[in-house]
Structure formats: C-alpha cells, structure tokens
Design a binder for this molecule. Structure first.
Ligand SMILES: Nc1ncnc2c1ncn2[C@@H]1O[C@H](COP(=O)(O)OP(=O)(O)OP(=O)(O)O)[C@@H](O)[C@H]1O
Length: 342
C-alpha cells in the first residue's frame, strides 16, 4: 500500500529524515515510535504531502506521489490537536470530508450515523463539540478522518492529550475499529505503551533513521541495540564479553541464551532475569527502593562496587528497603546487544 524509498528531508544543516525506507502493507497498522525530534512527524508529513522531500520518494498503491497534492493522495489525517470545527455539531464535523467529496446528503447522513456507532458515540450527531469530553472529541476526530474511507489513515499522537486510563481504553477500541474496517494505518507516537498496544508492527526511529522495525513482540523481546533497549525503559545495560554460555560483566558472570554471539557486546539484563535470594547466594546487593506497579514490584538494587541493578518480583516476594539480598540471573531474560552504544 505505502512504500517509502530513501526518503530524505533536511532543514538547513539538520537532517530530519535520513534515507528512510519503509513499507506498510494493506490492512497493516504500523506505529512509529521515537524520542522527540527523531523525525516521526516529518515522516508522516512527507507521506501526506505536507512536507517536500529533498530525496527519495513516496508511493501509494505503487504510484509515485511526487507533485500529488495532499487532498489527492486519498490519505486521512488525524493530528494531535484534533481541531474539530467548534461552530459545527458532531455530525457536521464527521460529514466534513464527505461534503468535500460531494457525497449526496442522504448518504452523508447514513455514513455519519454508521461512523458514530463505530466509534462508540451512537446518536451523538446533534451534540455541540464544545460540550464533549476530551475522549469523545477524539472519537469524533477519528470518525471524521475515517468518513471518506481513506486508503491510508495517518495518526499523529492520536491520543496525546488524554489521560492514561482513557488512552489505554481507546487504544484497544481503535485497534478493534481498524480491524473491522480493514484500515491501513501509519501512526506516530512517543508513547511506547500506545504503540505496542495498537500496532501490528513497531518502527523505532532515532535521529531521522529507523533503529528497529518488528512486531511488538520482536522489538520487546529482542531490542536491536542499546538505544532501543533504553528507549523501551530498560536500564540494566552494561558492557560485557561473552565466552561460551557466559557473559563477564561488572555484575559478575551472567548466563546468556544458547547460541548468543560471542565476544565484546552490550548486555541487556531484563529485570525479570534477576532472581532474588539470600545475600550469600549470588551478587550481594542492598535493596535501595521499591516501586509498586500493580501486579509486580520493581526493585532497585545497589550492588557493592557495580552499577545499580533493577529487578522485578511479585508483590508477596518483595524484600524490605535496606535489606541485603543475593541476585542470581536467568539466561532466558538476558539479551546480547550489538557492541556499540547505538
Ligand atoms: N519546519 C521545520 N523547520 C526546521 N526544523 C524542523 C522543522 N520541522 C522539524 N524540524 C526538525 O526536524 C527534526 C525532526 O522533527 P520531527 O517533528 O519530525 O520530530 P518528532 O520525532 O516528530 O518529534 P516530536 O515527538 O517532538 O514531535 C527535529 O530536529 C526538528 O527540530
């Protein structure tokens, strides 16, 4: 459906997109994730035709989009500040794109009803948009973007301004709506929870390039680099040397999965790999802090003469702050990363 080849965008000396290649298949939901300034919005704007490319091309359905204006690309856009028209009611907002496309009035009415039903706002057509909650406005914006049946729907921080609970709920609903309609989606977010919940495929960007692309499970289980691992919130990354089934690190010897690459590397030790036992078994540490995260506890450990280590355990197994424990390691949650810091 969408092919981006070698896309490059420069702003003066700054390269916002650096020879990016990306494919989005029919019906696929791709979420682009990355820190602020990594080029996510620029990528979206380039696909929409809102941003001129300094190099490379964008193809939709196999056709090069060079010179094709935004409104002729057949893409739907839903941006962060969803900019509903405050003077129009809900139906007037949803019907906007349909009017632009000259869809007859009766058909407009039917489509608006259908879409409001789909986004969970049945019969809300006559309501004033100013009287809607943030989440409801977001749904109206989504219905408006979906109304002209775009071949590609692009979302920029679609749930950016909503609180976490509402976001978590809406993201599941969105996935359902896209699945039912078979919509192809390219979304941008800096929120990894949102990206992982919404996407069939996650693309992580760094400095205008793609640092990793894979299914949520692949990226989560095997971050391609220290950058991706840290971006996902993993702090237990240290330099290491792997020999056979063991890595030598500042936390001592840590078992690695069978077949792991040998030699100098960075090692990611997921908190789940760290097993807490009595102080004389394993790496001796003091429990520095506990963070309760619902179903598990994040335990920050301070080993003697080594960097801090994050562990994770069940609520009932959580040690006391200040206690001495021994940390052991399970190979299945250890990942050998490329040797550089990137
Ligand atoms: N119109 C512009 N003029 C100059 N520089 C720009 C312009 N738009 C973006 N940039 C720069 O290009 C780089 C990529 O910006 P972009 O907005 O694509 O990043 P982003 O990943 O979407 O960030 P955020 O998450 O903060 O929105 C940044 O360094 C930004 O400062």
């Amino acid at each position: 459906m969408l092919t981006i080849e070698d896309a490059t965008v420069r702003f003066g000396r700054r390269t916002a997109l650096d020879a990016v290649d990306l494919e989005v298949a029919d019906h696929e939901i791709v979420c682009v994730l990355g820190p602020s300034g990594s080029g996510k919005s620029t990528l979206l704007r380039a696909v929409a035709g809102l941003q001129h490319l300094d190099g490379g091309r964008v193809l939709l359905g196999g056709a090069d989009q060079a010179g094709v204006p935004v409104h002729r690309r057949g893409v739907g856009l839903m941006f962060q500040d969803h900019q509903l028209f405050p003077q129009r009611d809900v139906a007037g907002n949803v019907a906007f794109g349909l009017r632009m496309h000259g869809v007859p009035k009766a058909e407009q009415g039917r489509r608006v009803e259908e879409l409001l039903e789909l986004v969970g706002l049945p019969g809300a057509g006559k309501r004033a948009v100013a009287a809607l909650s943030g989440g409801e406005q977001q749904r109206v914006a989504l219905a408006r973007a979906l109304a002209p049946r775009p071949r590609l729907l692009m979302l920029d921080e679609p749930l950016g301004q909503l609180d976490r609970t509402l976001r978590e709920r809406l993201v599941v609903e969105l996935r359902g709506v896209f699945g039912r309609l078979g919509t192809t989606v390219l979304a941008v977010t800096h929120d990894q929870g949102e990206a992982f919940a919404l996407a069939d495929r996650v693309v992580v960007m760094r400095d205008g390039r793609i640092a990793q692309s894979g299914t949520p499970r692949e990226v989560w289980q095997r971050p391609a680099s220290e950058f991706v691992a840290r971006f996902l919130g993993f702090d237990n990354v240290v330099p290491a040397t792997v020999t056979g089934g063991t890595a030598e690190t500042s936390w001592g010897r840590i078992p690695v999965p069978a077949g792991a690459p040998q030699g100098v590397c960075r090692l990611l030790v997921r908190p789940a790999a760290v097993r807490l036992g009595p102080p004389d078994a394993g790496l001796r540490c003091v429990v520095e802090s506990l963070t309760f995260r619902g179903h598990h506890v994040a335990v920050r450990l301070r080993p003697t003469g080594a960097p801090p280590l994050e562990a994770e355990c069940g609520l009932k197994d959580a040690p006391e702050v200040g206690a001495e424990v021994g940390a052991g390691f399970a190979a299945e949650d250890v990942v050998v990363l490329a040797p550089t810091a990137g």
